[in-house]
Design a protein around this ligand. Structure first.
Ligand SMILES: [Ca+2]
Ligand SMILES: [Ca+2]
Length: 196
């Protein structure tokens, strides 16, 4: 089964009730500019067959004294760890937890840019990772201060299966806890980063 978690990421301006803006692309030489990297994190649980919505926002770096109208890269790193197998159950049979498969889809707000999606599975009993990155072409800046990014996570969880031969029931695995780190890069005039 598939479970869907929808994550809305909004810049602070959208939370304040501002009218959504179109992304603005400007040209810059990069000369005299310094790159700043900021990140925010989110956590949640993807449940099979139980869609959920998780809102959060990227911290507006203007709080730190910057304008972030010159974004050049945004990266979404999704990680998770499958729950431990229950081990030995009744009947003396050992179980292993087969891997969970998560699909990350990100719809960017920039005009003309298509959603990107990728799927990954954790190693058995271990962790999994999927990363999607949007990078502006050379000399292009994105003004995404008041625009919404839409992130969805689909979970297809592998159940716990008995080891060995013979017919034994599997144990359902229906969820996965996940973490996400969103990193965005933007440029500021050199010197304005001093004191950070
Ligand atoms: Ca599993
Ligand atoms: Ca799981």
């Amino acid at each position: 089964m598939l479970g869907v978690v929808i994550v809305f990421i909004a810049m602070a301006g959208a939370i304040a009730g501002g009218k959504p803006l179109q992304a603005v692309e400007g040209k810059g030489s990069g000369a005299g500019m310094a790159v700043i990297n900021e990140n925010v994190t989110a956590q949640g649980t993807a449940n099979e067959g139980d869609p959920a919505t998780v809102p959060f926002k990227i911290i507006d770096a203007k709080d730190a004294g910057y304008s972030i109208d010159k974004v050049t890269k945004v990266s979404f790193k999704l990680t998770w760890e499958d729950t431990a197998a229950k081990g030995r159950l009744g009947f003396g049979r050992w179980y292993t937890n087969t891997p969970d498969e998560l699909t990350l889809t990100v719809k960017p707000p920039m005009e003309g840019m298509e959603p990107n999606t990728d799927t990954g599975a954790n190693a058995q009993g271990g962790s999994g990772e999927v990363t999607i990155t949007f990078t502006a072409e050379q000399g292009i800046y994105w003004d995404v201060r008041e625009l919404d990014w839409t992130v969805s996570i689909d979970a297809n969880c592998g159940d716990e299966e008995p080891k060995g031969i013979g017919v034994m029931p599997s144990v359902a695995d229906t969820s996965t806890d996940w973490n996400m780190e969103i990193t965005y890069s933007f440029e500021v005039p050199e010197g304005s980063a001093a004191g950070k």
